[in-house]
Design a protein around this ligand. Sequence first.
Ligand SMILES: *Cc1c(COP(=O)(O)O)cnc(C)c1O
Length: 403
Amino acid sequence: MSKKRAISTEQIHHPYRPPEGWNAIPVPVAKASTVLFKNAADLHHYKPRDGKSYRYGLHGTPTSYTLAARLATLEGANHCLLTPSGLAAITLVAMALLRPGDEVLVPDNAYGQNRYLSESFLPEFGITHRFYDPLDVAGFEALLSEKTKLVWLEAAGSITLEFPDLIGLLRACKARGIVSALDNTWGAGVAFNPFEIAPATHPGLGADISMQALTKYPSGGADVLMGAVYTRDPALHDKLNHAHEHLGYGVGANDVELLLRALPSLELRYRAQDASTRALAAWMQGRPEVARVLHPALPGSPGHAHWQQCSAEGAACLFSAVFRAEYDMQRVDAFVDALQLFGIGYSWAGPMSLAVPYDMSRSRSLPLPYEQGVIVRFAIGLEAEADLRADLEQALGALGRSA
Ligand SMILES: *Cc1c(COP(=O)(O)O)cnc(C)c1O
């Protein structure tokens, strides 16, 4: 077998045949609601959901099928479904797999909207949930029951960035035949393969489903909202595809175009942002105002050993600083307001660095694996690291003066 090519090379040289006589590299933007059939017999014999043929713009176009194929390659999957947002990808998995009486397990550090879905919406359909500690496999196993039909995983988790014991959690799911779904927005197909998380030590071990907010790295421009759900298993893909069609989850052709344009630079952006994030996280850890920096690649950060088992080389553009107890929310807010290069706002993996202050005691059910304190979650963009460091330094100065 030939050596696997690098992500950038794969994304640039992915098979695509331009229309006859049009030998250009970019994929044309196909837009349509109506797609004409050759004749009535063709219309009658259309095979729904085969991922190749066309019936109606909502269900797929040459442009969206090309994007789905390239993303599947990135993620190491056989199938990819596109959704109008990352959150829609999460709800698609729930709607496809959960029925009244079922229970879903969600890590306590899951993406906030995934938590709220389980807490406030799924109960209306008779679906229950449990939050589990992603670092405690024995505690997780104790929650599994006959009712458990879906386990969400997130690596690393949101805001506090603990990297879960993915190997232990996935082995527990596999042993019981419970479907696992990994929110792989952080890894983005670069840090590790969600369907084979540790090939050297645990060949074949991976999630059954992966999902990504394409809004983050694949877009990279802070200008697109989209999500994707990936599988290797055809039967599971069929279930997801069935729900996808009935929920009416289409995506806009212009958004698909932006993603196709951004994918060739995804790996370069990921690695560049990774490098400056690690440098800034390490620098922040040395600051007297900060009790601890949370980043899976930093030794001592919760889940660091699990991150090493899975990916060792890749980490996303996020780190969180836990401020010392004397810095309350008001003072930390003043620090955030004093930042000049960091925007205050949600999302990440775009060109501009962002900062968001959090009081974690309000958004978790289980105890946190580190000392309490106000947290600032930083998303590092594409600005020069030295400029970002200077900005952090001047804003920390403002924090000192506010005492
Ligand atoms: C942003 C995000 C989502 C949701 O994506 P949207 O496109 O904003 O709906 C899901 N999971 C994670 C981990 C995210 O960071």
